[in-house]
Design a protein around this ligand. Structure first.
Ligand code: CA
Length: 241
């Protein structure tokens, strides 16, 4: 596993690098967006995760994240930032970030979040042992087909690529069909109860999934709201003959 750290504060970058390497990950540190993007586009090294600061010289982390999403939908991006407002978090998620951790951060939390992202990462370059760990990876219902390994949803022939956390949430719904899932349970199971994930974040992710899979996202029939609680994934019941 290879992690690209985009961070202009040397003490933080060094700390992350040291601790990631203790965990057995390979790392590379860059201090600005253009260098990070050049490195990613050059493709000499394949990265499995990007840890991204927001306040960087020249180009903000938001812009960098958007650029990354322009050429890679499913490389996980974890924002690590001193900005803690809900607007900043929402903006980062809108730019395609998968995780948001505020500084000062708890190192164990960061490491657990990294493991969580890797657990769900698209096994594009992986061997069969990864594939064996995920026996069900294609779900089909009505006109919708979900390929959890390719991070792709196909609706009536149109292909959509999801980000890591969008895929993780959709898969969670699919694996727990028919069950009422409270927002706090979703937060715990999908985001490992990150203190930076609010119920509004979950609602925003659900909104995005609905726009993709629902024939009419204003009247959802798959990801239905359960008032005062959360959500439930339902497939249309087959009409009995
Ligand atoms: Ca900074």
């Amino acid at each position: 596993m290879r992690i690209l750290i985009v961070e202009d504060e040397p003490s933080i970058a060094d700390g992350l690098k040291f601790n990631f390497e203790q965990e057995g990950y390979e790392t590379q540190v860059v201090t600005d967006g253009p260098t990070a993007l050049a490195l990613l586009l050059e493709g000499q090294f394949l990265f499995d995760l990007i840890v991204l600061d927001l306040m960087l010289p020249g180009m903000s982390g938001y812009e960098i994240c958007k650029e990354i999403r322009g050429f890679s939908e499913n490389i996980p991006v974890m924002v690590l930032s001193a900005r803690s407002s809900s607007e900043d978090k929402a903006h980062a998620f809108d730019c395609g970030a998968d995780q948001y951790v505020t500084k000062p951060f708890d190192l164990n939390e960061v490491l657990s979040r990294v493991r969580n992202l890797f657990k769900w990462r698209s096994p594009d370059n992986s061997d069969t042992s990864d594939a064996e760990r995920q026996p069900v990876h294609v779900y089909q219902f009505d006109d919708v087909s979900v390929d959890c390994r390719k991070f792709q949803v196909t609706v009536k022939g149109e292909v959509f690529t999801l980000t890591t956390m969008e895929m993780q949430l959709l898969r969670y719904f699919l694996e727990n069909q028919g069950m009422v899932l409270s927002r706090s349970r979703i937060m715990e199971d999908v985001w490992s109860q990150s203190p930076d994930i609010t119920t509004r974040t979950i609602d925003n992710f659900v909104m995005r999934l609905r726009r993709i899979i629902e024939p009419d996202s204003s009247k959802p029939k798959y990801i239905v709201s359960v008032r005062g609680t959360g959500y439930k994934f339902v497939r249309e019941r087959a009409v009995s003959r």
